[in-house]
Ligand binder design. Structure first.
Ligand code: NZQ
Ligand code: ZN
Length: 380
């Protein structure tokens, strides 16, 4: 195992009816800004629960953080927050609202343009923030990452901000999710685990088995979450599974990949394709292209997750790749770029961007522009 420091300060508050605790969780003297997306919370009753819990408190609302939050919108929130001297942020929504709020938290204490913070990759000072989660996928409710888009230039980059002070996870908030959002959330969770697991074997039995536990659970609950999104127990497992998939817990002391995500972000930036949908395509290209490098782990994953034990090693890996792709298809997601009308022009642009940035992603640092092209060609 590699050396590591683990410190996740987010308090997790899980279960039905927990939104009512908001008033006691946020200190009484705080000037609060509550941030929202496009209005789903007004239709499913979450907004009413939040304002009821905070009745009589000093808060201002900011609406309109879009899926794949843009710096253009977030600059407006930062200006409003500065004007009102906001010193506590409450994000009510999915990963986009939470990520956007992480940039607001940093922007409130920064004099320059918020995009500088994204480009620096790390926020220096932040105002405390908390979340009421309504869409499970990103783990943003219990990690410090945030991914921000700049629509003007069709760019999308990640930076590290603050961990939420607390996050309220009430599985009933997920009951109103459209099937496609659930599919994308399951895909995102599955790939988060693979990014931290599908590297080289023998680094940590503990991390491997925690990761495999989440993968198993997602495979098991996926058909039920899609068919019965109002089943409290199923949605509870989905919600907690997504949080545990990206809250630093399964990454202790092991190498990580993340190349699939970095390529996926480019597909979203260039085509607006939903995050989880980009991953359902790219992961197949990554696993095929890097099958030699990931050989040992692919065999372990094939056996432990999909029960594949028959045939030569190459045959087992072939079956494992097929089962993985079939899983994403079972969610109703595309697994080839062509199904989304994406072709050579985009592949060339991603290759160009990676070369221009001089990036080397992946656990072996070998995913550069040329490798990104090979990966994308393998899932064309
Ligand atoms: O905007 P509203 O009206 O609220 O609608 C949202 C949005 O249209 C809707 N929605 C959310 N909760 C709902 C609901 N609809 C009905 N009922 C509910 N309970 O769902 C749509 C998508 O929401 P969004 O927040 O965009 O989804 P998600 O949570 O998947 O977040 C995606 C963003 O997070 C980033 C992605 O790149 C993308 O920008 N990620 C953040 C990460 C992190 N911070 O650690 C890691 C991830 O890998 C990911 O990159
Ligand atoms: Zn993701």
């Amino acid at each position: 195992m590699k050396n590591f420091i683990y410190h996740n300060p987010t308090e997790l508050i899980f279960g039905k009816g927990q939104i009512a605790r908001l008033s006691t969780l946020i200190p009484a003297d705080k000037r609060i800004m509550i941030t929202f997306g496009g209005g789903s919370v007004k239709r499913n009753g979450v907004y009413d629960q939040v304002v009821a819990a905070l009745a009589g408190r000093d808060f201002v609302e900011f609406w309109g953080i879009e899926p794949n939050p843009s710096v253009e919108t977030l600059r407006k929130a930062i200006a409003l927050g500065k004007e009102r001297k906001v010193d506590f942020l409450l994000a009510v929504g999915g990963g986009s609202v939470i990520d956007g709020t992480k940039l607001i938290a940093a922007g409130l204490l920064y004099d320059g343009d918020a995009w500088d913070i994204v480009l620096k990759g790390k926020a220096e000072h932040t105002v405390p923030m908390a979340t009421v989660l309504t869409m499970s996928a990103t783990g943003s409710e219990m990690n410090s990452g945030a991914v921000i888009s700049r629509y003007e230039t069709k760019e999308k980059f990640a930076f590290y901000g603050n961990y939420p002070v607390f996050s309220i996870l009430d599985p009933e908030t997920l009951f109103s999710l459209p099937t496609r959002q659930i599919a994308c959330g399951l895909s995102d969770t599955f790939v988060h685990v693979l990014e931290q697991y599908m590297t080289t074997p023998g680094q940590s039995r503990l991390m491997d088995r925690w990761a495999e536990g989440i993968l198993h659970t997602i495979v098991e609950i996926a058909p039920r979450a899609l068919a019965e999104p109002r089943d409290y127990d199923v949605m509870s497992e989905y919600m907690l599974g997504a949080t545990l998939g990206l809250n630093d817990m399964i990454a202790m002391g092991v190498t990580q990949d993340w190349a699939t995500h970095m390529i996926g972000h480019e597909l979203t930036a260039l085509h607006g394709l939903t995050h989880g949908a980009t991953l359902a395509i790219v992961i197949n290209g990554t696993l095929r292209t890097l099958r030699e490098q990931k050989h040992g782990k692919l065999l372990q994953y094939g056996e432990r997750i999909w029960g594949i034990t028959e045939g030569s090693e190459e045959e087992r890996i072939e079956q494992t790749l097929a089962r993985t792709e079939a899983f994403f298809r079972s969610l109703g997601l595309s697994t080839h770029l062509s199904e989304e009308g994406i072709g050579e022009e985009t592949i060339a642009e991603i290759e160009r961007r990676f070369n221009a940035q001089g990036v080397h992603y992946g656990e072996a640092g070998n995913v550069d522009g040329a490798m990104a092209r090979r990966i994308l060609e393998a899932c064309r």
